[in-house]
Design a protein around this ligand. Structure first.
Ligand code: HDD
Length: 713
């Protein structure tokens, strides 16, 4: 019986780290379990610090009587629980973040006075949050969607937030359209579905009535919309910003993040299945990589250009639906971003982090991009709504790491306030901070004048040329995936008129694309091309930087091999395969008939990471199956074991196998493929294991796609 009050520590908050250990528990009269504090354990307290004697039973009058109102511990506990949720972000609700640092590798002193870019080798702490856009906080990671890529640099001159996406252009040109775009993309308001997907009438209705969105639609429908993980995707600041020097010289700049591990996406059928098998796939990937010391890294690249280039460039650099091809303005690498620490607490850090585009240090400035101007208005507002107080900037994750002195005071939850008498300036008390014309932020001295008007600049009117340029820059595999994605999404659209209207825009991008989409939708009559303000240019050259497959890794580094095993396999061969994978920078996870693993022919145990029905092959970049003939035959009865193999084949993965696993491959319908398909590798020794892992560096056997997927030409 353990109903006696716990030992008090004087009401001080517990400081000892909690560990999961085999604790002794005692069972109370009613059968409930009690874990009572020992001599050195922290004592459970109320939020007021009062030690708690019993956390299993509320105070009541008689063992079967009503609960007493004076039970302050019960009241406080339930009250706090009732208030745990804060509003989720109106967009980018689902996200995951990590801490790290940015290291400047090239001084930009000639371009900007921003302190962060002055000294090579300087490290600046950062917090990065990745996200999907449309889905709610609890939605799946593999939704087809744009990914947010938001970086908070805690610079010595205040926080700089570069709030970007994994796509370098945006759907709309003017922030006033943002609520419409988001309303249309999210769940429909009457049914509240579908969530976390744009495959519905409202989205495509809006898109087809908003031709400026066509360029970004091409990106979102490409494999960029289903990244393999955050670690394998690019990030873009999207807008044109300015860098400004001490003496007021301005240079335009675009910001690009390039992942050191190369680009990689999944295939669509795989994405659908990952969402079921592991909705936290991207979260788990980032967590696992950082916890195991495989620190994700990106290079920061800049495109720097002047007014003269901006004048002669064929599109307006203020138009956020356009990019500047790297062939026109090559990028320069100026730093590296390394993520090395997961938050201690998701809510305190990842949920409460408040990014704001208007957070820029001296030396970085805005341009008149109308989307950026609107964003600068929106982000501050949203943080107050979400975090509940103007003092959100005092939260540790949001507070600058440089000294801060101002006269802002009070408000809800203020825990840092002015000290001393002076809470205004100027004052004659000789107290408090003073403005600094030398060090403070000054806006670029742009000359602005014009009539008040609600118009879109004529220079923003070409909506199709860069959409076409993106399409023709893709490999034929990638072009096919764009066709498939459009056909998938439009097949979920119920109104024929909307489907046709989308195709009418595709006609302005590429006739072949429009024809394939129409054929695979079964459209009987091709619509006329949508009326266009400007004719599509066909003189823009393909840009290799726009393709994922042309920027793949060429190695298996950072990737995962799933090995399906049965009892009785050769333990040495398994070890060799594991070591070969790890030597290439990859990771092996074992999938077995039971979670306790399998016994090798030598009687050793190989422990499992997944039981077969919880570890489908969609969770891995490549797979191997190792078995004995007898145990493979026995496992062939298990449908999920056959799915493991047939899915890996359908998802174009490389498949390693030993002789003993052949009965299982045959049961999965892959008998002929073992001999004919270039993606199968018999593994029998160190050399064949090496050959297999080397081939896995190509990630997929794209040539197989035509054999597993029907698409009308
Ligand atoms: Fe935004 C969040 C990126 C246009 C209004 N946005 C948000 C986040 C990212 C972006 C990555 C999540 C930040 C985080 O992880 O907390 N947004 C973009 C990009 C845009 C863009 C790259 C176009 C280039 N956004 C945009 C417009 C508006 C907003 C035009 C409104 C006028 N965005 C918001 C917001 C959010 C937000 C409502 C929701 C949660 C938040 O800010 O903190 O203010």
């Amino acid at each position: 019986m353990a109903h006696s009050p716990s030992q008090s520590d004087g009401g001080k908050p517990a400081t000892k780290t909690q560990k999961i250990v085999d604790q002794e528990v005692t069972v109370g009269n009613g059968g409930e379990y009690h874990q009572t504090a020992g001599e050195n354990d922290p004592v459970l307290t109320t939020a007021q610090g009062g030690p708690v004697s019993d956390d299993q039973n509320s105070l009541r009058i008689g063992s079967r009587g009503p609960t007493a109102m004076e039970d302050f511990h019960f009241r406080e506990k339930i009250f706090h629980f009732d208030h745990e949720r804060i509003p989720e972000r109106v967009v980018h609700a689902r996200g995951y973040g990590a801490h790290g640092y940015f290291e400047t590798t090239k001084s930009l002193a000639n371009y900007t006075r921003a302190d962060i870019f002055q000294r090579e080798g300087e490290k600046t702490p950062v917090f990065v949050r990745f996200s999907t856009v449309a889905g709610n906080k609890g939605s799946g990671d593999l939704a087809r969607d744009v990914r947010g890529f938001a970086v908070k640099f805690y610079t010595k001159e205040g926080n700089w937030d570069l709030v970007g996406n994994n796509i370098p252009v945006f759907f709309i040109q003017d922030a006033i359209k943002f609520p419409d775009l988001i309303h249309a993309a999210k769940q429909e308001p009457d049914s509240d579905f579908p969530q976390a997907q744009t495959a519905h009438d409202n989205f495509w209705d809006f898109i087809s009535l908003t031709p400026e969105s066509m360029h970004m639609v091409m990106w979102a429908m490409s494999d960029r919309g289903i990244p393999r993980s955050f670690r394998f995707m690019e990030g873009f600041g999207v807008h044109t910003f300015r860098m400004v020097t001490e003496d007021g010289k301005s240079t335009f700049v675009k910001f690009l993040w390039k992942p050191k591990l190369g680009l990689q996406s999944v295939v669509w059928n795989e994405a659908l299945k990952i969402n079921g098998a592991d909705p936290d796939f991207h979260r788990r990937d980032l967590w696992g990589a950082i916890k195991s010391g495989m620190l994700p890294e990106w290079e920061l690249h800049l495109q720097l250009f002047d007014e003269e280039f901006a004048e002669k460039f064929e599109f307006d650099v203020l138009d956020p639906t356009k990019l500047i091809p790297e062939e026109d303005v090559p990028t320069i690498c100026v730093g590296r971003l390394v993520l090395d620490r997961m938050p201690d607490n998701f809510f305190a850090e990842t949920e409460q982090v408040a990014f704001m585009t208007q957070n820029v240090p001296p030396g970085i400035d805005f341009t008149n991009d109308p989307l950026l101007q609107g964003r600068n208005f929106s982000y501050l507002d949203t943080q107050v709504k979400r975090l509940g107080s103007t003092n959100f900037s005092q939260l540790p994750i949001n507070a600058p790491k440089c000294p801060m002195h101002h006269f802002q005071q009070d408000g809800h939850m203020a825990f840092k306030n002015v000290q001393g008498r002076a809470n205004y300036e100027p004052n004659s008390w000789d107290e408090g901070p003073r403005e600094s014309p030398q060090h403070g932020f000054t806006s670029y001295n742009a000359h602005e004048e014009g009539e008040k008007c609600r118009v879109r600049s004529e220079t923003f009117a070409d909506h199709y040329s860069q959409a076409r340029q993106f399409f023709i820059s893709q490999t034929s595999t990638e072009q096919n995936h764009i066709v498939d994605a459009l056909v998938f999404e439009l097949s979920k659209v119920e109104k024929l008129a909307i489907r046709k209207r989308v195709v009418s825009h595709l006609l302005n991008i590429d006739k072949g694309l429009a024809k394939k989409v129409a054929a695979n939708l079964g459209l009987e009559n091709m619509p006329d091309p949508a009326p266009a303000a400007q004719k599509t240019r066909d003189d823009l050259k393909p840009s290799d930087a726009l393709s994922i497959l042309k920027n793949g890794p060429g190695s298996f580094k950072g990737r995962k091999l799933g090995v399906l095993v049965t009892d009785g396999i050769d333990g040495k061969m398994f070890k060799t395969l594991k070591e070969t994978t790890e030597a290439a920078g990859g990771v092996v996870e074992v999938v077995a008939p039971t979670i306790s693993g399998v016994k090798t022919s030598d009687g050793e145990t190989i422990s499992a990471n997944h039981k077969i029905d919880g570890g489908p092959s969609v969770l891995f970049d490549a797979i191997t199956v190792m078995g004995t003939p007898e145990n493979s035959r026995a496992l062939a009865v298990e449908a999920t074991a056959c799915d493991f193999l047939s899915d890996a084949f359908a998802h174009l993965k490389f498949i390693g196998y030993n002789d003993g696993a052949v009965p299982l491959l045959e049961a999965a319908g892959l008998k002929d493929s073992i001999k004919k398909d270039d993606g199968f590798f018999a593994i029998s020794d160190a050399s064949s294991a090496k050959t297999f892992i080397k081939a896995c560096g190509d990630l997929r056997l794209w040539d197989r796609e035509d054999k597993v997927h029907v698409r009308k030409k």
